[in-house]
Design a protein around this ligand. Structure first.
Ligand code: ADP
Ligand code: MG
Length: 406
């Protein structure tokens, strides 16, 4: 039985007229008042519609940006609520409260008809939302819980946070895991419990220090670990190679050495690029990029590595294509600039050919596949919550999930 079905049973067999609080992840990128990518709203909509079609009074709680615990006009949720209303396309009334748990929210919940939608103002306008103090957080959660009869947790991007609208409210109301969270958890379990082999993990992105926990945990689970992106230079330097002006985290050299040694001992194949695309400056400004391919053994001292080279891209792609389970996090290069997007494109392309489970995780990686023109459904799964999926893959317990399982 799905989470929402179980909640329905718990609430007496029907959601008709029931006030259901849904925590969604609607934290979309904005340019002024304009939403530049509404992917998260579109992804969240099926759950909201499912509840409204069941006759519930659907109260949507979400955050936008980091307003710092008080109302801030720059972070009003209005553009998000407007977009929700557009996408709902007249099927249901769609209202917006001008506060989170205050007079506006309470009055609107009071007069909501069955089968309608109310979006609360940015939950982070209330200091209790993200407070580290259990009492302060609990106080806000009490007020949120008082608005509703049941709670659906559907914001995967926030389940690694012990926050009032994610964690504490679940302890106060009959609750269910929403379909979006359930789908993410299902995929992450397949990556960590008995993955189909060969299992390849591809890691990139800017910093090794962001991904240490994941490397640590997956070194014990994957058959092959392919490393690219900015983090690769700390590995190359750990092997004693010159990396020029490339991104280098000197304080992680020992850790990288330890990973290289552990991979050797445990038989995990840790694959580093053999060629690198370099330039003499980081791309930007008016300067035209002057990409050059060099051996990973011969990075000039005045150059910096900005992508894996074509030989490495082919080798990585071959490894990926013959795997049955692939997890990829972190672009292989500075994909935002075409001259340095080749490695990322090759990896993305290879993932689309995997006969098995292929998963893209991480905000920039998901943005990269879209920017490079790949369709979402070319991959087995694109995770919506970068931080949450990484913490799960580090082997950490996610508070917003654990509380639903109680
Ligand atoms: P994700 O959000 O998918 O987890 P990260 O945030 O770790 O990924 O990294 C994404 C960023 O890494 C991109 O902005 C990309 O330009 C940058 N990057 C990739 N390769 C390099 C490199 N060689 N040097 C500097 N930055 C890089
Ligand atoms: Mg990122």
């Amino acid at each position: 039985m799905s989470g929402i079905d179980a909640l329905t049973a718990e609430l007496g067999g029907s959601l008709r007229g029931k006030r259901i609080l849904v925590r969604s992840d609607l934290n979309v990128p904005l340019d002024g008042d304009t939403i530049t990518d509404d992917g998260r709203i579109r992804a969240s909509l099926p759950t909201i519609l499912q509840l409204a079609r069941a006759g519930a009074k659907v109260i949507v709680a979400a955050h936008l940006g980091r307003p710092g615990g008080q109302p801030d006009d720059r972070y009003r949720i209005t553009p998000v609520a407007t977009r929700v209303a557009e996408l709902v396309d007249g099927e249901f009334d769609c209202l917006l409260a001008t506060d989170t748990v205050g007079e506006s929210a309470r009055a609107m919940v009071e007069r909501m008809p069955e089968g309608s939608i109310l979006v609360l103002e940015n939950v982070r306008f209330n200091a209790g939302e993200t407070s580290k103090d259990d009492t302060e957080r609990g106080g806000f959660a009490d007020e949120l819980a008082a608005l509703a009869d049941g709670f659906v947790s559907d914001g995967f991007g926030v389940v690694h946070r012990k926050q009032a609208s994610v964690y504490d409210v679940a302890a106060r109301l009959p609750h269910a895991m929403g379909p979006l969270v359930a789908a993410e958890v299902d995929v992450l379990r397949r990556l960590t419990d008995a993955p189909e082999r060969p299992y390849a993990v591809v890691l990139g992105g800017s910093k090794v220090s962001d991904k240490l926990g994941v490397i640590d945990n997956l070194l014990g689970k994957a058959d092959t670990l392919l490393i690219g992106g900015g983090m690769v230079f700390t590995f190359l330097a750990a092997q004693g190679r010159e990396v020029g002006k490339s991104l280098l985290e000197v304080d992680q050299l020992d850790t990288c050495r330890e990973y290289l040694a552990r991979a050797e001992q445990t038989g995990v194949r840790l694959v580093l690029p053999t060629d690198i695309v370099v330039d003499t400056a980081f791309p930007g400004g008016d300067r035209e990029p002057e990409p050059r391919v060099v051996s990973a053994d011969a990075i000039p001292t005045d150059a910096l590595g900005l992508d894996i080279g074509p030989d490495s891209a082919r080798a990585f792609a071959a490894e990926i294509e013959q795997a049955r389970t692939v997890f990829w996090n972190g672009p292989m290069g500075v994909f935002e600039v075409d001259a340095f997007a080749g490695g990322t494109r090759a990896v993305a392309e290879a993932l689309t050919k995997v006969d098995g489970l292929s998963v893209v995780g991480g905000g920039d990686s998901a943005a990269a596949v879209r920017r490079l023109g790949f369709a979402d459904d070319a991959f087995g799964h694109i995770s919506t919550g970068g931080g949450a999926s990484l913490e799960y893959l580090e082997g950490k317990e996610l508070p917003g999930i654990a509380i639903l399982e109680d």
